[in-house]
Design a protein around this ligand. Structure first.
Ligand SMILES: [Mg+2]
Length: 243
């Protein structure tokens, strides 16, 4: 566990001066697990989430199975941006408890997600990403007001501006993120501290512990949000019935 002096302040005092916000997929919702179920069906493979090593892993796997680059890109979109699949994601362990603690303690934990609709993805159950995301949050995080849910929605070229823009506009001081590439952009374009929930490539060499805190999972598993809670001393009790 990283030792950071300022985090030794009790969490209710720390977050009073350090407004938090969070990414959604990989931090709150375990989208990769559902995506891989679908991928394994299509490719006839048996990949696990711990096999995902890069951002374009699905594309690489599809190409290995003989798919063209274009088709592999379409497949990755179909799996990661399909509202029907995203809705089925289970919560990351500890994420519900973390959100609940913030709201019950008088804080907010807004979600900034670059989830967006892809024109060629045709869901059956939901109209679009926004509808599926709001339905998921209604089910698992019913205490969240809609004003705290920020979804990118539109698939344009400015995807990398979205999270830094929201973080700066809302004066966020702690941001929970699972993608190293997004963490890096956020660290470069904002002054927030990033809690990186990921085992993937190291970015620590560029940023010190005053900006970047890494939470890694054990035995190659995706880290969970109970680990993030422990980092800040957030007192939560796992609700095993949910998992
Ligand atoms: Mg994410």
């Amino acid at each position: 566990m990283v030792f950071v002096q300022s985090l030794l302040v009790p969490p209710k005092i720390f977050f009073k001066e350090n407004s938090p916000a969070t990414d959604f997929d990989g931090v709150i919702a375990d989208h990769k697990n559902e995506a891989l179920k679908k991928l394994n069906l299509i490719l006839g493979t048996s990949y696990k989430t711990s096999n995902i090593k890069t951002y374009n892993q699905i594309i690489n796997w599809a190409i290995q199975e003989g798919w063209s680059e274009d088709d592999a890109q379409m497949l990755q979109d179909e799996i990661f941006f399909n509202p029907d699949i995203l809705y089925k994601a289970k919560p990351i362990p500890g994420a519900i408890e973390l959100s609940k603690w913030f709201y019950e303690s008088g804080f907010s934990l807004p979600i900034f997600t670059s989830r967006r609709d892809k024109a060629h993805v045709k869901p059956k159950k939901f109209k679009n990403i926004k509808e599926a995301t709001l339905a998921w949050i209604q089910e698992y995080l019913p205490w969240m007001p809609e004003k705290d849910i920020h979804i990118k929605e539109v698939d344009d070229e400015y995807v990398r501006e979205f999270k830094p823009g929201k973080i700066n506009k809302n004066d966020i001081k702690v941001y929970f993120e699972d993608l190293p590439v997004h963490a890096e952009e956020i660290l470069e374009r904002t002054s927030t501290r990033v809690v990186l929930i990921s085992n993937l490539i190291d970015v620590e060499s560029k940023f010190g512990p005053d900006r970047l805190i890494r939470v890694k999972g054990l035995d190659g598993k995706h880290p969970d949000m109970f680990q993030a809670c422990a980092l800040f001393g957030i007192p939560i009790t796992p609700n095993v019935a949910q998992y």
